[in-house]
Ligand binder design. Structure first.
Ligand SMILES: [Mg+2]
Length: 226
């Protein structure tokens, strides 16, 4: 065990966010009466991804993504549905659907017995709070930092400041940021001056300047790596 302070990303690191998103999308389309929504799902995904990338760059606020992704989606597809109704249905669905990856709770159990854990996520408060409650994650984390609640987003250092403050200001050398995103988790952790662990289940390639300290392809590797 090298680290006593473990900062975790949630989406696509602990949570199967693809399943959550697909089910929430289907629920949203059903709610507004769109019967052929499935064939537009990839377009939705691209719009959504583009907006979260803009959030990482500091060009948008997380709370703006909530309905603006559906404004753009409706505009492109010529749908008359109210984007705010769609946002409400989607946010409810994201909170209600999607499971943790296999083995995630067992790993958290093992790590929480030996280290302080924080969840540091770039999500929306209502989505992430519903998930944390439904999945029973609250007991594992000594700090939960959600970007839309604190007004700052990974990779910005201020969100790490909030986490460190909530954890009682542990030393940076004790800490590692664990997540799937090179642009938010790994870049953010590296620029904050802490170690990083890239969750890379698909065998993607990182560059030498990406700031990856450790890499795992499976969450089960975490207890031996960090
Ligand atoms: Mg993620």
């Amino acid at each position: 065990m090298r680290y006593s302070t473990l900062l975790f990303d949630l989406d696509h690191t602990l949570l199967d966010s693809d399943a959550s998103e697909r089910l929430a999308y289907a629920h949203t389309m059903a709610t507004v009466g769109v019967t052929d929504g499935e064939r537009h799902f990839e377009r939705y995904v691209a719009i959504n991804r583009g907006m979260w990338t803009a959030v990482e760059r500091g060009e948008m606020q997380p709370t703006d993504v909530r309905h603006r992704r559906f404004e753009q989606f409706n505009g492109e597809l010529g749908l008359a549905a109210d984007p705010h109704d769609m946002a409400d249905a989607f946010v409810w669905g994201l909170g209600a659907f999607g499971d943790l990856y296999d083995g995630a709770l067992a790993v958290l159990d093992q790590l929480a017995a030996r280290a302080s854990l924080a969840l540091v996520t770039n999500g929306l408060s209502d989505v992430q709070r519903a998930r944390i409650e439904r999945l029973g994650l609250g007991d594992y984390f000594d700090a939960v930092v959600i970007s839309s609640e604190v007004g700052v987003t990974k990779p910005r250092p201020e969100i790490f400041d909030v986490a460190f403050e909530q954890l009682g200001r542990p030393s940076k050398v004790s800490a590692v940021m664990i997540g799937d995103s090179l642009t938010s988790d790994i870049k953010g952790g590296a620029e904050y001056g802490i170690a990083t662990c890239w969750f890379n289940p698909n065998g993607a390639q990182a560059g030498p300047g990406d700031g990856v300290t450790h890499e795992v392809a499976d969450l089960a590797e975490l207890p031996t790596v960090v």
